[in-house]
Ligand binder design. Sequence first.
Ligand code: FBP
Length: 555
Amino acid sequence: MKQSNLQTIRYRYEPKLPPAIRGDIASITLAPGDPTEALSDREALRKTFAHTYGKPIAMLQAGGSNGAAEKPRTVGVILSGGQAPGGHNVIAGVFDALKRANPRSRLLGFLGGPSGLVEDKKIEITSEVMDQYRNTGGFDIIGSGRTKIETAEQFAAARKTCRDNKIDAVIVIGGDDSNTNAALLAEYFVAQGDTTQVIGVPKTIDGDLKNEYIETSFGFDTAVKTYSELVGNIERDANSARKYWHFIRLMGRSASHIALECALQTQPTFCIISEEVAQKKQTLQEIVGAIADVVAARARKGENFGVVLVPEGLIEFIPEVGLLIGEINDIMARDAAGFAAAGTPEAQDEWLRTKLTGENASIFASLPRDIRKQLLMDRDPHGNVQVSLIETEKMLIEMVREDLERRGKAGTYAGKFSTQNHFFGYEGRCAFPSNFDADYCYSLGYAAFLLIANGLTGYISSVRHTALPAEKWVAGGIPLTMMMTMEQRHGEKKPVIRKALVELEGAPFRRFAEHREEWARTTSFVYPGAIQYFGPDEVCNMPTVTLRLEQGLEA
Ligand code: FBP
């Protein structure tokens, strides 16, 4: 029996495009812009990107004539890094634009992330394949991976794949690290005298790949709406049973955009914003003390319940722990063999203690055993600590409990502190894309092809005015070098796209800061419910509170 469900019904959704790129592909051209500069370290970046540095911003416009648009092309696409809702629609946008330009053009999907390009593992994406994935979540059409293309052999292998398959362009759908890789690949191809173009697409639920031109990374909208539904459900449970403090860690690796948006949507009792912790140089004990103050104040009213949101990346933002992690990273990069030879996690713990210096050694020793162990787990291929594996919410529960016990002994606290811990991360990364993400991703993919058709390389696809209806959206490309700076990675200075952290002067944080005391004092929970795909605009087509506030719209 053929089943009808959201999956099959969503296949039929027709994503919206910005008006300027809806027409005949051969008459979509580039409006010339001014040359650009990197964010900092300009000299070093100009050298690294000798052929691709400083190109102009390129907006797509309806009008003029692009003689090269209809040339038959082979384009390769890569999904890179963590899943984010809408990846399939980026590919659908590329596919539709490419076939519309010339039905003989081919789209190849590299399997399992960037390694698919290096190892020449691919499938052809035909309309039969594409039609099974339109408007669905996940990256399963071709899979994803975190391989970083960095050695000379990997670059040469990627080049060989492109030559063997006569690939005209590669589209890298990824976050900051993957797009840095895209920029390096674009530069490498030009330096080798190849014509293969490389275009990036801004993906990550974390929301930290953004700037004036990249208003939001795709997947953020759906992920935060999914988490807000779950947080709201927990809040309602907390308010019904009135017996638990729920500590919820929210994904987002580094920046706290996800936690902040969920707080704006659900009005929890307490929410930590890592960037504020870093700016105020708060210690772990101070954060614990602030939560314990709220628990104690509510206990005085007989309210032994609440919801605390913890951003996944918190641990690295607590200055004392951040310094410690920095030193651990350096030690592990310098003496990877020594660390590996230590063998068991216990022995590695001991080994590291002999290497850590001064203050770092004592902070490391003061952390709970599980957290110490989690801090020593493998880095990802880009050198990042895998914060999704560090159970900060459990650490905070234990530390708040100890703080309350001390208060109890001193006679300043007499409540009950029963807790539940949660981690919402993977639940949101493959949800059906919201209408926003379905439209935005399709537009990003469609625009990515148009940048290729207009001869660009080393750019990232950009769609703007996204807090407004799609009728007002505009599309184009931003040179990747414009978003770059140099950072210490694996013990060396490397070019990277700067992560956009939560701005404490920005409208979203200010809105949160204005209300958080009231939310802590008086239960003010809001229950957003599930993402809606059909129905009135105010429930189906609203962008995030963050995006609306950032673009000066009331939220
Ligand atoms: P990207 O930056 O690649 O989009 O990944 C984001 C993310 O979901 C983070 O929020 C999280 O910390 C990490 O991926 C988890 O990685 P993994 O999928 O490898 O467990």
